[in-house]
Design a protein around this ligand. Structure first.
Ligand SMILES: [Zn+2]
Ligand SMILES: [Zn+2]
Length: 276
């Protein structure tokens, strides 16, 4: 077996229990740091499992954040763009939210039912022209053959805005992103991996350094620093701090902590005990 990204030699790193029963080997590429599982024979089982996604308690929050981020990127880099595609768009919630804000988004997803964006599916489009921008949130880690998949995405649009968590520097074995309980995540990227992909596909590559990335065949007048500024504008950071200081300090201190992380661990422990 070779690296699914760059074809270099793989190094065995550890074994994890996938779907509570399969001992699955994980490998890392000696060249681009890409981590992949052994050939994922359990995927069929994973995707027909009806508890699919029960651990994805962050899904709604992620949609809200991705709407903000997409809006900033589109306004800054695609001000006159007219057609967008959300690839692997799931229930269509993101597409609906973007359409609510005036962005002409369509949904694509081979595996999941379109609930919120009916009539705005890629299959509803009669004439095919390329999309100005394709978004793909939490999709890349599901790819069995990243290069083929990304090549196909580039046929749909020259520019891809996507999210996938980058590998942590230390304690990689404990990384929550493996989610071996559900067996869906099989491909894990580092900055090096994404650079390798970008070079192979003749793209320009930008990243926030942790989870939001941008691959494009077009030449934009930005560097990586500017890209980050578009994602996280200084004015918003400063403004928030100022508001907190001036008016909201009392309320801010009482602001409740999100329950996402707690719920994730709770559901995980529930699953663990029912699968023992
Ligand atoms: Zn590689
Ligand atoms: Zn996922």
């Amino acid at each position: 077996m070779k690296c699914n990204v760059c074809n270099s030699k793989l190094i065995f790193i550890f074994t994890k229990k996938v779907l509570y029963k399969y001992d699955v080997d994980y490998f890392q590429c000696s060249n681009c740091q890409f981590i992949q599982t052994q050939s994922p024979y359990w995927l069929k089982e994973t995707y027909k499992n009806n508890t699919l996604g029960v651990l994805d308690v962050g899904a709604v929050n992620r949609n809200v954040l991705m709407v903000e981020i997409s809006e900033r990127i589109i306004n800054a880099l695609f001000p006159s763009a007219s057609k967008f595609l959300d690839f692997g768009g799931g229930t269509g919630l993101f597409v609906r939210m973007m359409r609510d804000k005036g962005y002409n988004f369509y949904r694509q997803d081979k595996y999941s039912e379109n609930i919120f964006a009916k009539y705005f599916d890629i299959n509803d489009l009669k004439d095919f022209t390329k999309f100005d921008l394709l978004t793909a949130f939490e999709v890349f880690e599901h790819f069995e053959n990243p290069i083929d998949e990304i090549n196909n995405m580039l046929l749909l649009s020259d520019s891809l805005l996507f999210s996938t968590e980058l590998q942590p520097e230390n304690n990689i074995e404990d990384w929550w992103y493996f989610v071996a309980e559900e067996g869906e995540h099989i491909s894990f990227y580092s900055i090096e991996t994404l650079r390798e992909i970008s070079n192979r596909l003749n793209c320009f590559f930008f990243t926030d350094g942790s989870s939001i990335h941008f691959l494009t065949k077009r030449r934009f007048p930005i560097d990586n620093k500017k890209f980050k500024r578009i994602l996280f504008p200084l004015r918003i950071v400063v403004y928030r701090k100022l508001i907190e200081k001036l008016f909201l300090c009392k309320h801010r201190r009482q602001k409740r902590q999100s329950l996402i992380k707690k719920d994730f661990n709770y559901i995980k422990s529930k699953l663990n005990s029912s699968n023992q």
